[in-house]
Design a protein around this ligand. Structure first.
Ligand code: DC
Length: 223
């Protein structure tokens, strides 16, 4: 079974992905990691993230092991990593180079230890539209910019990272704008996605609703 969860930053995709993964024992692919790893690697090596040809070359060499190792870097989830990911992900050639890796995972999902999984949950921006257009269940999770920015701000403070709420809001708006406006695989709901707004419902209610939807689809698949 393949489940996709797309939506803007800090909408609650990761929380839903891990709740569903725990319930069904499915593997999770956080596809933002590939763009974060690629962007941050280029920044760390003094490369120009706006150079599409250079980014494409780097994308062709990206492996899960490299992604995992870069994810330990303190800037992987900081503004630096987020901005770099958003910029490299807008290059059509980069997206093309990274598509197979994601689609291979959908065909043969595995856990971090390499063991095969019965299903996969994708978390990203285009996983229901481009990566897995035939996914069994698709979600599009969203929330107002202010609510998402406050969640991100609280995460920074909890981790002891200094942050300014106005800066977090403006960074988030800039990133949303880039992700939505880009020509290739822009952030948008798949036509057959269930849309869940976590600013109207609490995260627990959203989880409950999503679980019910998945349970219904799972029953249908098992018939
Ligand atoms: O989900 P995230 O915040 O870790 O994603 C970081 C950036 O990567 C995001 O701004 C856009 C890009 N991204 C993408 O273009 N497509 C995806 N499937 C996932 C992320």
């Amino acid at each position: 079974m393949i489940i996709t969860i797309d939506g803007p930053a800090a909408a609650g995709k990761g929380t839903l992905a891990s709740a569903l993964a725990n319930k069904y024992n499915f593997a999770v692919f956080d596809t933002g990691m590939i763009y974060r790893a690629l962007g941050l690697n280029m920044v760390l090596n003094g490369m120009d993230i706006n150079d599409e040809a250079a980014a494409e070359k780097e994308a062709q060499m990206l492996t899960f092991a490299k992604m995992t190792s870069l994810s330990q870097n303190r800037d992987f989830r900081s503004d630096i990593g987020s901005k770099a990911a958003s910029i490299v992900s807008a290059h059509p050639k980069v997206r093309a180079a990274l598509l197979k890796m994601q689609q291979d995972f959908a065909k043969n999902p595995v856990f971090a230890n390499g063991q095969p999984a019965q299903g996969a949950i994708f978390d990203g921006r285009d996983t229901g539209t481009v990566v897995c257009p035939n996914a069994d269940v698709k979600f599009f999770i969203t929330a107002s910019t202010e609510i998402r920015a406050k969640r991100r701000y609280d995460e920074f403070i909890q981790k002891g990272i200094k942050a300014d709420i106005d800066q977090v809001i403006s960074d988030m708006k800039a990133r949303d704008e880039r992700d939505i406006q880009r020509a290739t695989a822009p952030l948008k709901p798949a036509e057959d996605a269930y849309i869940l707004d976590t600013s109207l419902l609490g995260i627990d209610e959203v989880l409950q609703k999503a679980m019910e939807i998945v349970a219904q689809h799972k029953k249908m698949l098992e018939k």
